[in-house]
Structure formats: C-alpha cells, structure tokens
Write a protein that binds this ligand. Structure first.
Ligand code: CTP
Length: 405
C-alpha cells in the first residue's frame, strides 16, 4: 500500500507516456496522491485533461503561469512530494538532470526537489546505448537517483532492444519497494571509508593507487537512502558527495584512521577504501631535488595502521557489524576468507581487481559476499553496477542489524 504517499509525476515526451494514465490510476488505488507535471513534448503524447481527470488535480505545465502559481507555486510543488517520479524519462530530460539545467517547469522542479527522485527511462535503443546517455545515468545514479527499467523488447520505432519503459507493474513494485525500504536504517549510524589514500613523499609527490571511490561512495549513498546517518571518510576522489551524507576528506591512511575513530560509535562500518599499505617513513618537508646526490632517492617505507583491523577490535566501541573489502588479483575467495579471519571483520566483500576485470575505476563489479566461515557462507553475486552492489549490500546490512536488534 502507498497510503498517504505524495507522488509528483513528471511526464516527459515519449510514446510510453500513455502508460502513465494507467500508472496514475493504480497509484491512486493504492492510496497515493499524484500531482502531474507535463512537459511541452509530453503534451504531444497525452493530454493535460486525461492526467487531470485521473489524478483529480490540475496539471502543471508552465514555469511562469499566473494561474498555476497562485494555486501552488512551482517550488512548493516539489517540496510537497515524498517521491518525484519521471516517467517516461527521455534521454533529453536525463541529460538536463545530469547537467542541472532548469529551462522549463519539469527541469526546474527537479533542480529544486528535496524529495528522492526515481526515473523510468524510455527511449530508442541507440539513444539508450549512447555513451552520453550512459554517462548521464551514471552521474544521476551517483547522486542517489533511483532507476526502474528500461526493459528490452520491440519498440514503437520498429527496432528491438533496450529502451522500452518498464511496465506499470514494475514501476509500482519499485515505488512500493522504495517506500518499504526507506527508513529501515533510521536511527542507525554508519561509517564508510572510500577511495585511495595519498601518502606524501614530499610536498608535491605522493604514493597512491587506482581506486576511484565509486563503490565506497555508492555504499554511503545507499545506506543514507535507507535512513542511516552516514559518515563517509574518503581519500582523494573525483566522486561528488552523496546527498545527505557527512563527508570527511582525508589524504593519508593515518588521517583516515583518525577520522574513523572520531566518527565512532557507529552500528556498522564498511571499509571500502583502498588504503595504502605503506607510507614514506619520513616525508621530506621540502621538494626533493633531482640534482641532490645525483642518484634517485631511495624511499624507506613504514607500514600504515590497518583501519579495518583496528575497527574490528575496538572493544566496547566496536561497531556491531564490520564489513571489509578484499581487493584480490588471484584466488579471490580463498584469499578473502583468510583476510576476513586475519582482520577480524564480520563480513568481507571480495572482488577481482585484475586489470582485465576493469573493476578499479569502472562502473561495474562482480563480488563475493563472505559472511561467515565455511563455503555455505560465500555468495557469488552476478556482475552488477556499483550502485546495484551498494543497494543490495545496504539491504543486507539492514537485515543483519534488524536481526541483531
Ligand atoms: N584496509 C584498511 N587499512 C589498511 C589496509 C587495508 O582498513 N591499512 C582495509 C581495506 O579498506 C579493505 C581491507 O582492509 O577493507 C582489505 O584491503 P586489501 O587492500 O585487499 O588488503 P591488504 O590488507 O592491503 O592486504 P594485501 O595487500 O596483502 O592483499
């Protein structure tokens, strides 16, 4: 049931817009209220009158309409929604959302919206596969926007492939799952580490690794979507801050450990950072000159503190659930099992980071979740986007904390 949920439905211009009529009816049957915004292109596919009749509310179309503004201002429209749903979400509206354009009512509302946003993409298969569309989706998912579909099938343009809008049943299921999941971690505190660390050699040089921070940031966003108060301690990355998350930026492993200890106590800690194992024992305070001594410098390394091991052994401040990652290039599961027991964490997420897998820096991940000793406690997950891995992991964490209550 969706009793009392307020859904702002943005209908963009695609042939799938006709499915929205059924969607509105079914949402209302479940107790939700629906307000509709129709784009200019959307008007070519469905009439404002149909949307108004089914939603029993006036349909909003203009950014600067005296009649519409006097009834309900456009900013208020987005504030009074529990979920903003864009269906169909065309390649064009996804692009506008990704760059933050506000040139009509729909895009302006999406800029102003504080409620979670879900998109149901619908477009021709070539538009769907275009790197521009895929990059825009990755940006949007990185900001925590939820997606349902598209599906594969025959298209109105006589082509076959990915790009059909998800069926109404699937959109309803995604909305119900969203409202059912939201709040599962309310009142819980989570700590996530992400990205690489930079270990200084001198003021201009450092030792680092190829971690992008994508997986760790996606986990922080997913835990936050479930209602947890999340602190994300991150090394240097190009990822944007996940909405609603407290972000602490650090450079070195030592700083990362200090920031994690400050964030305690938490219910769950997820160590996704690729922490440098070694630092330069005595970084130079001045830039090391090439001419000094005539020979390349020899760097003496010291071992960094192990954050995961430290958090796993924090005594009474130990998080109830500590999740580590194992970046492996061979014997992935065996090495990860050994790492889990050596580091004392509860779960370990193992992945193959060999160059051929493209995991480091890529958008997808194939992981093994190891939750206890023995082969039965190892699950192989299919290849998923890092956002999907994060979502599933956050749900598993919510299950585990609920059981431990
Ligand atoms: N980790 C950590 N602090 C470190 C090193 C690693 O918290 N100084 C954490 C990582 O965040 C990850 C887990 O330990 O959750 C495993 O990291 P990984 O790089 O796979 O393992 P290492 O300990 O570095 O072992 P090895 O390099 O021998 O595989």
């Amino acid at each position: 049931m969706l009793q009392g949920q307020r859904i702002l439905l943005i209908v963009a211009g695609g042939i799938a817009a006709y499915k929205c009529l059924d969607l509105i009816r079914r949402l209302r049957e479940r107790g939700a209220s629906v307000r509709c915004v129709l784009t200019r292109a959307g008007e070519q596919f469905v009439t404002p009158l149909s949307l108004a009749a089914l939603s029993e509310h006036p349909v909003h179309r203009d950014l600067f309409s005296l009649t519409e503004e006097s009834e309900m201002g456009h900013i208020q429209l987005s504030r009074e929604a529990d979920l903003v749903l864009v269906a169909p979400a065309t390649a064009n509206i996804l692009a506008k959302m990704a760059v933050g354009l506000g040139d009509d009512l729909a895009s302006t509302l999406l800029l102003a919206a504080s409620a979670p946003v879900m998109v149901a993409p619908a477009m021709n298969v070539r538009m769907w596969e275009h790197p521009g569309t895929q990059a825009n989706l990755a940006t949007l998912e990185g900001r925590g926007i939820r997606r349902v579909g598209p599906a594969e099938g025959a298209m109105a343009c006589n082509e076959y492939g990915m790009g059909r809008m998800a069926e109404v049943d699937d959109i309803l299921a995604a909305i119900e799952a969203f409202f059912g999941e939201a709040g599962r971690l309310t009142g819980r505190r989570a700590l996530v580490t992400s990205g690489p660390t930079h270990e200084p050699i001198d003021p201009v040089r450092y030792i680092a690794n190829r971690s992008s921070g994508k997986q760790g940031h996606a986990i922080a966003a997913a835990l936050s979507r479930l209602g947890a108060a999340v602190t994300l301690v991150t090394g240097p990355t190009h990822e944007s801050d996940p909405p609603g998350v407290t972000v602490v930026r650090v450079q070195s492993a030592t700083d990362m450990l200090a920031a994690c200890q400050t964030a305690l106590p938490v219910d769950v800690a997820v160590c996704a950072a690729a922490v440098a194992d070694w630092r330069v024992a005595e970084p130079s305070s001045g830039k090391i000159k090439k001419t000094a001594g005539g020979k390349p410098p020899i760097l003496e390394l010291a071992e960094n503190p192990d954050i995961l091991t430290t958090l796993s052994a924090t005594g009474i401040r130990r998080p109830r659930l500590v999740v580590g990652f194992a970046a492996e290039t061979e014997q992935v599961v065996e090495n990860a099992r050994e790492k889990r027991s050596r580091k004392g964490c509860d779960w370990i997420v193992a992945n193959d980071v060999s160059a051929v897998t493209g995991t480091f820096g890529g958008d997808e991940n194939q992981i093994y979740l190891i939750t206890a000793d023995g082969p039965q406690a190892t699950e192989a997950w299919p290849t998923l986007s890092k956002h999907e891995v994060a979502q599933r992991l956050a749900e598993r964490i919510a299950n585990a904390l609920e059981t431990a209550r």
